[in-house]
Structure formats: C-alpha cells, structure tokens
Design a protein around this ligand. Structure first.
Ligand code: GRF
Length: 189
C-alpha cells in the first residue's frame, strides 16, 4: 500500500490527532502524517507532534500571506489529504478549491443537525434522543460537505454537556479512521 501524505490541522487538545497518529502506525492504515498545522501556539495537540517527531507549523491567520505560505509548504510535503481535527478557523474558498475533495473534517453532531459551535448544549436544548459525530468533506459552506461517515448513540435521561462530550469523543476515535479508509477505498483521494 502506498500511504497518502497527510497533514492534520488543529487548534486545541488534539485527541483526534493523537488517535490518527496511532492508527497511521498500522501498515494497513492508508495515511502517513507528514505535517501538523496549528493556528494556536498554545494548543496542547502540538505535544503530539513533538513526542512523535512529526514536523509542525504554527500559522498566524492574521498574516495576509498566511494561506499562500501554507499552500507552498503543503506542496513541499506533497500533501494529498488534509484532516481538520478541532481546527477552529474557516478556510478560504481559494484554499478549499486548491484542495478540492482532499479536505475532511470531524464534527461533534449528526450532521446536517447542529452545524457550527456549541453542539452539545443545543442537542440538550432541543431534546434530541440521539446524537453523535460526522466526518465530512469540507466545502465552502460551514459543516455542509458530503458526509463520509457518521456514528451515533442514544441519550440517557441523565445526560449533560460533559457526558455528551465524552461519549461523542469516544465515537470519534472510530469514526475518523473509518472515514479515511472509506475515502481511500472508494474515492481514491
Ligand atoms: C472534536 O470533538 C471534534 O468533533 C471537533 O472538535 C473537537 C476537537 O477535539 N471538531 P480534539 O482537539 O481533537 O481533542
């Protein structure tokens, strides 16, 4: 198997990043994480890059040439897949176009329900009986691209935002790797 060079974008804890690094060590898993990008120099997730000796890049999204610089670095690393994992910035239309069908994201709800932020509080407020997580392609609209993989669970009567977060993140550990295998097999990214 020729593994695809992958870049993971983060802004925070990096629990999905940690899991993808672990999975990528499996010779059957179709990606190699070649680069980690963070828009936040305090992101805990950067530690996963350091610990695993994966090159990382801190970007300043206020710099007007940020995306151009980023594009040239992604080219240098020959990146063919970008995984957003808790990346809290919107990518420009131009950037998305350059990586058409090569950027995927994980979102903590059963899309198309609850796009955007604060999903857990909204799930509770709306009295949902089921929630979960979704991996989707990134397009120009927020959390609206083609759905690749989705997993859900039923809420109990004692649910709160913390329990929803724990249960959702537990599911994300399976949902993201499965999505990557799926696009490798069926869409040949
Ligand atoms: C995840 O729950 C994901 O659904 C959302 O942001 C969270 C990031 O968590 N996009 P982490 O940084 O991977 O720990």
């Amino acid at each position: 198997m020729v593994k695809k060079n992958t870049c993971v974008f983060i802004s925070g804890t990096g629990s999905n990043l940690k899991n993808l690094i672990l999975k990528s060590r499996d010779y059957n898993f179709p990606i190699n994480i070649k680069l980690i990008v963070s828009n936040n120099n305090q992101a805990f997730g950067i530690n996963h890059a350091k610990k695993n000796s994966i090159p990382y890049l801190i970007i300043n999204t206020k710099d007007r040439f940020c995306e151009e610089k980023l594009l040239s670095i992604l080219k240098k690393y020959n990146i063919s897949l970008i995984c957003l994992a808790g990346y809290m910035r919107i990518l420009s239309k131009k950037f998305i176009k350059k990586f058409k069908k090569k950027i995927i994201n994980i979102h903590p709800s059963l899309l198309p329900k609850f796009k955007g932020l604060n999903t857990f509080s909204r799930v509770l407020k709306h009295g949902e009986i089921k929630t979960g997580c979704t991996v989707h392609y990134v397009n120009e609209k927020l959390d609206s691209g083609y759905i690749i993989n989705q997993k859900g669970f039923y809420l109990t009567s004692k649910e709160n935002e913390d329990t929803l977060k724990i249960k959702t993140q537990r599911l994300e550990k399976w949902t993201y790797p499965e999505a990557i295998i799926k696009i490798y097999r069926y869409f040949n990214f």
